[in-house]
Design a protein around this ligand. Sequence first.
Ligand code: F6R
Length: 604
Amino acid sequence: MCGIVGVVGSRNATDILIQGLQKLEYRGYDSSGIFVTDEEHNEHLIKAVGRISELQRKIGIDVNGTTGIGHTRWATHGKPTENNAHPHVSESGRFVLVHNGVIENFLEIKNEYLEGHHFLGQTDTEVAVHLIGKFVEEDGMTTKEAFCKALDIIVGSFAFVMIDKEEPDTLYVGKNKSPLLVALGNGYNMVCSDAMAMIRETHDFLEIHDGERVIVKADSVEILNEAGELVSREPFVAELDLSDIGKGTYPYYMMKEIDEQPAVMRRISSKYTDENGNVVVDSEIVQAVNDSDRVYIVACGTSYHAGWASKMFFEKMTEIPVEVHLASEFGYNIPLLSKKPLFIFLSQSGETADSRQVLVKVSKLGHKVLTITNVAGSTLSREADYTMLLHAGPEIAVASTKAYTAQIATMAVLAKTVGVFRKNTIAEEFDLTKELGLVANAMSAVVAEKEVIEAITAENLLTTRNAFYIGRGNDYYVSMEAALKMKEISYIQCEGFAAGELKHGTIALIEDGTPVLAMISQKEVAAHTRGNVMEVLSRGANTIVISSEECAEVGDDFVINTVHPFLTTLAMVVPAQLIAYYATLQRGLDVDKPRNLAKSVTVE
Ligand code: F6R
């Protein structure tokens, strides 16, 4: 979703802003813009619709300065046009602002404070910068007073960075709910919505908390709380490696990330193993899960699917019932909760607004919260009682792959340790280290046969408009994820279905040539799913069978190595990720940057 960068005190603000925005491209956006200025008031405001390269095309060599702000916008209020792109300016043009988030009361503000003001676009952001301009130019406040007052009035989620053209040595910064960090340079300072944007410049960052207002200059950072009192805070070192966020020799991040999965499985295994070879998790987390009478997994999209893929083994190893919920539904329709619930938030980014609103609500109700995320220090991690990390390395492609498998593996780590703590025999007998090793091997075997999958995809999905994945049990859960992968990047309308459920309605959609991809990795139900394959075949479907060794039959299209029944989703999903990848490439689409999507979904 939207990205923010800012810099003050640098000899080449434009370069720093553009490089920062490029690092945020992966989050998804549809327009971008920068504003740069210097002590001599050489001011440049440039915006473009489309990719950052469009913006770069408009930036002449004269566009430079010592201070600047930049933004990538993912449209919410108003279409992706230049007028709606950030930075936005106040009525007189003196104040320039970038914003992430959603201002809920922007219409009320417009009506109450900004009569007679002229707006160039439809965004909520423009209202915020006009409000600050009004407080200074019509009501006589200082810029700092006006900025703080506006933040008091604005309701919603926001990360703001503002420049007053009369003070080109200062960035005014504030946040509520949306992520924002100060990046500390030597003789210059920066602001960014994601540490990745500035990791080329520094590894030292300062957190900003909700409600704080921060004045950033080249050699100072002043943090004020809502009451206007000075806050002192130590910087933290972001453990990000530039090479982790590069594509290397890969054409797309998604393929790099699919290929990394075997290594991620082994890394998770080693990160959660002690020197005696025991699988370990922070004892407070184990205790909290052990004390609960029901686990509620709350998540969105792929992470939600990872929740489903974890439910069965979690219940078997811990004997604690597990419910899996969509965050966007749960928060506004909280079901009857058990007496001692424990909440697990699965989130790759740790920033998803839908999940966060639930976290805030259940924490207020006094329930314990564990976040399982890939991003240390992310909002969901900071606001939870406990955190477990995925150790998957940055995931850049919009379509999540290694984070999905890392979430399931990390849930298996937790289930195993809690189960052993509760002396559950199934957990005690489950050799997680060995089983994750076998999963890693099975994944490697799949990626080694990419060409086979590429050919299957070309043969069966090249021109289709729709497709189905079907399966039972774990294969149903992985079908949901397989279908999401397919639709989000290839735009093929694809549904993941419980194989037995098709005949209760959806089979009506099967026509001559409709691709139906059947996942078959569970012995007990294999014959039933094969029966469902026959049903669609006899109605003209073009069936593709992906099975595990122990369920395989002659004629199956792709067979994966057998892995432990708890972990079949980890191996079965890999061919599906590759099918989505190749279907997208074969349609000439950009795998890493699908239309309309954002990597980190910071609005509800
Ligand atoms: C799909 C995908 C999304 C995310 C969802 C939740 O490939 O990545 O469905 O899974 O937006 O995001 P996180 O996991 O960051 O909370």
